[in-house]
Design a protein around this ligand. Structure first.
Ligand SMILES: Cc1cc2nc3c(=O)[nH]c(=O)nc-3n(C[C@H](O)[C@H](O)[C@H](O)COP(=O)(O)OP(=O)(O)OC[C@H]3O[C@@H](n4cnc5c(N)ncnc54)[C@H](O)[C@@H]3O)c2cc1C
Length: 524
């Protein structure tokens, strides 16, 4: 394994000291999810002076709660949204190339039980291949019944006629967020988690920065900037209202995922159900040694940071899965359950509650005072969104263009030499998840002390020293994904993780807060 440049330390005291240097940033970004972090990297890599703050941990919002697909969106193809699919397919291939340790191709199989399903969906997927062009990951194949069962050994065999196999990507969303944050820091961006934007600063009625509060200590700070970008996902309307626009832009929609043991879907192919009882798509995706089942699409008006699943959503996922799997998972089989809010952009005239029909594309708005708001879109297209935001900043003369975007070719932190075969994301987490940084993890104390399979003491130390981790939740939900794949196991090791973190940072790691939260991720 080649020895990569030493990871950049993320000691909070040093980051806070940097924040208090009285410099004027070119851009300050509020929100450290996929959208904000992707923008931070693109802007910093072009040579802009960038600061980014998040009120919580990076990717604590929607960006750690996706279905983990790097995809063009087969469903959007069915809706005829060719431009969106084509752009996403291009971005899919870029991401897989730039972060092969955390984003990889995955085959999906759509089993067919009616005579028309194979040709109908197969032709659609051939169009999907054609749209991908040279960015394609593999050809769509028509499978016999036997081949379908070989790919999906536990699929319901009664009346099975065959299937269609196609290729898309899967990724580790929160790990990708961290890789973006750390890559932006290498390009000299300043990033701080647990730093909440409390109000906007103005000079001559134009935006001039943000005032923010350290969520850990309560201390207040000001960041001066030529351009302020509101990338707060489903929460964008709060900052927009402060800027004088009270018309809501986002119609949030909730998506629930359930995680079960790998035995329910062994193998390394995902299962795609093209049409559930309510006419949507449902996936069973092998991920980190378990299987993710989801998701739902339920309109939701409240904007909790930790939304809870509705009982009907849980029942729906279990019932739909039962139609396609030989052995149906039951409530007692659920290892973790998590919920994310989609920031769907609401056209002013649409006030109905059918979020399925709302656009999955992103929107960039610039207010009279110069507040730039970006929301919508999907994880897969974060890089294209960043380019669009910067274009808008140039058009509106908030920023003077510098060099062109270089992120299409920019390898993210931890990206391995592409001649090496990365371990599949279907496999359990482990040292391999660190890509080219494995040797640095192994240099830290406790590299032979395993807290559970795939998580060593050294990994917790690495999270504290180089990955901005402060709380137990930061480690067990997003640096490791244990909370998302086995909530009870995560609770079991939380006190040990807390002790290691405290010894590294001297900050209260909030073990009890994590235990309370993790209880919400369990069903039994
Ligand atoms: C159920 C579900 C499944 C999905 N599956 C996929 C998928 O498989 N593939 C795909 O490509 N996309 C998927 N998506 C879409 C994708 O996850 C989102 O588009 C993306 O994560 C949105 O990122 P964001 O940065 O805009 O928002 P967020 O990740 O929510 O980030 C916003 C951030 O702003 C912060 N914030 C809010 N207010 C403040 C403040 N005042 N000060 C500072 N910070 C603040 C929050 O803490 C948060 O971290 C899915 C979405 C959902 C809900």
């Amino acid at each position: 394994m080649p020895f990569q440049a030493q990871p950049q330390p993320t000691r909070r005291e040093d980051l806070l000291a940097q924040l208090d240097h009285k410099v004027v940033y070119d851009i300050v970004i509020v929100g450290g999810g996929a959208t904000g972090l992707g923008l931070a990297l693109d802007a910093a890599a072009r040579g802009f002076r960038v600061a980014l703050i998040d009120a919580n941990d990076f990717a604590k919002g929607t960006s750690s709660r996706s279905t983990k697909l790097v995809h063009g969106g087969v469903r959007y193809l069915a809706q005829g949204n060719i431009a969106l699919v084509r752009e996403a397919l291009h971005e899919r291939s870029t991401l897989l190339h730039n972060a092969p340790h955390i984003a990889q191709p995955l085959s999906f199989v759509m089993p067919s039980y009616a005579w028309w399903e194979k040709p109908f969906y197969g032709i659609g997927l051939k169009i999907y291949d054609a749209l991908a062009g040279r960015s394609g990951l593999g050809q769509t194949e028509f499978l016999s019944r036997k081949e379908t069962l070989a790919c999906l050994p536990t699929v319901q065999p009664d009346h099975l006629r065959g299937g269609v196999k196609y290729w898309d990507g899967q990724f580790n969303d929160a790990k990708l967020a961290l890789a973006l944050a750390r890559s932006a820091a290498i390009e000299s961006a300043l990033l701080l988690n647990y730093m909440q934007a409390t109000c906007l600063l103005y000079a001559d009625k134009k935006i001039a920065g943000v005032r923010c509060q350290d969520v850990l200590t309560g201390s207040m700070h000001e960041i001066q900037a030529r351009c302020v970008v509101n990338a707060t996902g489903v929460w964008v309307d709060a900052l927009r209202a402060q800027d004088g626009d009270t018309q809501a832009m986002v119609a949030p929609s909730q998506g629930v995922h359930i995680v079960v043991d790998k035995k329910f879907l062994p193998g390394n192919s995902g299962l795609m159900i093209p049409k559930t009882a309510d006419g949507r798509v449902l996936f069973a995706v092998p991920w980190l040694g378990k299987v993710i089942l989801g998701t739902t699409d339920t309109p939701r008006d409240d904007l909790a940071t930790e939304p809870l699943a509705f009982e009907e959503e849980i029942d729906f996922i279990l019932k739909e899965s039962a139609r396609y799997l030989q052995k149906a998972p039951e409530r007692r089989d659920v290892k973790s359950i998590w919920v994310g809010l989609r920031p769907l952009v609401k056209p002013p005239e649409k006030t109905g509650h059918n979020t399925k029909a709302l656009s999955r594309e992103h929107t960039v708005l610039v207010s009279d005072s110069g507040l730039v708001t970006v929301t919508g879109g999907k994880w897969t297209t974060y890089r294209a969104m960043a380019e669009d935001v910067l274009e808008k900043c140039f058009e509106t003369e908030l920023l003077v263009p510098k060099s062109r975007s270089c992120t299409e070719e920019l390898k993210l932190v931890g990206a391995q030499d592409t001649t090496l075969t990365a371990t599949s994301i279907c496999e359990s987490e482990g040292l391999h998840s660190y890509g080219s940084e494995q040797a640095w993890v192994q240099q830290l104390p406790g590299h032979q002390t395993w807290l559970t399979e795939g998580l060593s003491e050294a990994m917790v130390r690495f999270a504290a020293r180089y990955e901005y981790a402060i709380h137990v939740e930061d480690v067990l939900a997003r640096r490791s994904r244990l909370l998302f794949i086995d909530a009870k196991l995560a609770m079991h090791i939380a006190p040990t993780v807390g002790a290691i973190l405290a010894s590294e940072t001297g900050i209260d790691p909030d073990v009890q807060g994590f235990l309370d939260l993790a209880a919400q991720y369990t069903l039994n």
